[in-house]
Design a binder for this molecule. Structure first.
Ligand SMILES: [Fe+2]
Length: 361
C-alpha cells in the first residue's frame, strides 16, 4: 500500500499529541502544596493557646476524638515580641507541654499563625521581624527543607488528603504577612462592639496580598470534594470591631467571587482569634450558604467578647474553653461541625449535607 507522505506526517503528528494534555489543561492542573493519600474523616482545630495559662486539658480532649488531622489556626503561642530569641523561647514553652506533644505525635498537625504568634498584637505587613518569625514558625512546625512554604513569603499552604471522590483540601491562609493597616474607628465604641475597627471603603487595602490571592485561585482549581478555608480571623463577622474580613469587605467579596468563578462546591471556612466559639452563615448571592466555623480559646476565653454583635451567628456563642471538630461521613455525604469542651464533650453540633453547599448549574 502506498501512503501519501504528507498525510503520513499529519497522522503521526496527531497520534503523537493524542495522549498529551492540552496546553490549557496543563495550565489549570494546579497541585496542592502537600498531599497525603489517606482519606480523612475527623479534623480537629483550635486557636488561642497560651502555655503560661497552664491549662492543657484541651489537647487531651481533642486526642479523645482521635482526629486524623489537627489544625492550629493561630495565636498558637503569645509571642508578642521583636526579640527573636524571646519568640523561640515562647515556642519552647509550647514544646514543653506534654499533652501538646502527645497530640502532635498521634495526628497530622498543620498550622498557620495569627497576630500574637506572628509577633505583634494586631500586626500586619509592617512588622519588621516577619521574615525571621516565619523561619522560626516553619522550623517549629517541622516543615521539610523542600516545603513550598520555605520558598515564598508568608506561611500560607494547602493540604489535600484522600483520593478519588474522597478528597478533602485544607487551605491555610496567612492573614498577617501582607496585611495592610486598617483604620481604627474614631470616638466612642458603638454598642455591641469590643474592638476598634470598622469596615473600610478603601479598596487598595489588602488582607492576603497579590501573591497569596494568585495562589488561592490556583488552589481552588485543585480537584477536591470538600474544601476547608482556614483563616486565623473570622471571615464573615464585621460588627464586633475586632479584626476580621468584614473590615475589608472588598477582600471578602473577592473570596466569594473566586468561589463562584471556580464553582468551588462544598467549601466552608474555619477561624479562630476571638476567644469564644460560634458558627456564622451568610447566603452568598448567586451561590450557597457560606459557613464560618469559629473555635477559639484553648487556654482562655472571654464571655464579654462572646456577647459582641454578629448578625450572621447561627445559634449561640459559647465561651467555654473549646476546640472545633469536623466529622466527615463520606458515605452519607454529610459533615458535622462540632465544638468540644475541655472534657471532650460536644457542646455544639451542626450537621450539614454537602448538597446544601453547591452552586447551581
Ligand atoms: Fe489574634
Amino acid at each position: 500500500m502506498h501512503l501519501n507522505p504528507l498525510l503520513t506526517v499529519a497522522v503521526l503528528a496527531i497520534l503523537a499529541t493524542a495522549h498529551l494534555p492540552s496546553a490549557h489543561a496543563q495550565a489549570t492542573q494546579a497541585k496542592s502544596d502537600f498531599h497525603q493519600a489517606d482519606v480523612v474523616e475527623t479534623i480537629a482545630f483550635g486557636s488561642c493557646y497560651n502555655p503560661r495559662e497552664k491549662r492543657h486539658s484541651l489537647f487531651d480532649a481533642i486526642l479523645k476524638h482521635r482526629p486524623d488531622v489537627f489544625v492550629l489556626l493561630g495565636d498558637n503561642i503569645y509571642g508578642d515580641t521583636h526579640d527573636m530569641a524571646m519568640l523561640k523561647a515562647k515556642y519552647a514553652e509550647l514544646e514543653a507541654v506534654e499533652p501538646f506533644r502527645k497530640l502532635r505525635d498521634a495526628t497530622k498537625m498543620i498550622a498557620t499563625w495569627d497576630d500574637h504568634d506572628y509577633g505583634l498584637n494586631d500586626g500586619g505587613k509592617t512588622y519588621s521581624k516577619r521574615a525571621e518569625s516565619a523561619q522560626i514558625f516553619l522550623d517549629f512546625f517541622k516543615d521539610p527543607a523542600d516545603s513550598p512554604r520555605r520558598k515564598r513569603e508568608g506561611v500560607y499552604g494547602s493540604y489535600t488528603f484522600g483520593s478519588g471522590d474522597r478528597v478533602c483540601q485544607i487551605l491555610l491562609l496567612d492573614t498577617r504577612y501582607f496585611r495592610d493597616e486598617v483604620p481604627r474607628a474614631k470616638g466612642k465604641r458603638k454598642p455591641g462592639t469590643v474592638g476598634w475597627y470598622e469596615p473600610s471603603t478603601d479598596t487598595t487595602k489588602t488582607l492576603l496580598g497579590e501573591a497569596q490571592w494568585k495562589w488561592l485561585e490556583q488552589q481552588l482549581q485543585v480537584p477536591a470534594k470538600i474544601r476547608i478555608i482556614g483563616s486565623s480571623i473570622q471571615t464573615l463577622a464585621y460588627e464586633k470591631g475586632m479584626e476580621n474580613w468584614g473590615n475589608v469587605p472588598h477582600e471578602q467579596q473577592r473570596l466569594f467571587d473566586l468561589l463562584k468563578k471556580h464553582k468551588a462546591h462544598h467549601t466552608f471556612a474555619i477561624s479562630g482569634d476571638v476567644h469564644f466559639a460560634e458558627l456564622s452563615k451568610k447566603d452568598l448571592e448567586g451561590g450557597y450558604p457560606f459557613y464560618d466555623f469559629t473555635s477559639s480559646g484553648m487556654s482562655h476565653t472571654s464571655k464579654s467578647w462572646a456577647n459582641a454583635a454578629n448578625s450572621y451567628r447561627v445559634g449561640k456563642a459559647l465561651w467555654d474553653m473549646n476546640a472545633g471538630l469536623i466529622e466527615i461521613d463520606w458515605a452519607k455525604q454529610t459533615v458535622h461541625l462540632g465544638i468540644i469542651n475541655k472534657l471532650g464533650e460536644k457542646i455544639m453540633n451542626h450537621p450539614l449535607k454537602l448538597s446544601e453547599l453547591e452552586f447551581g448549574k
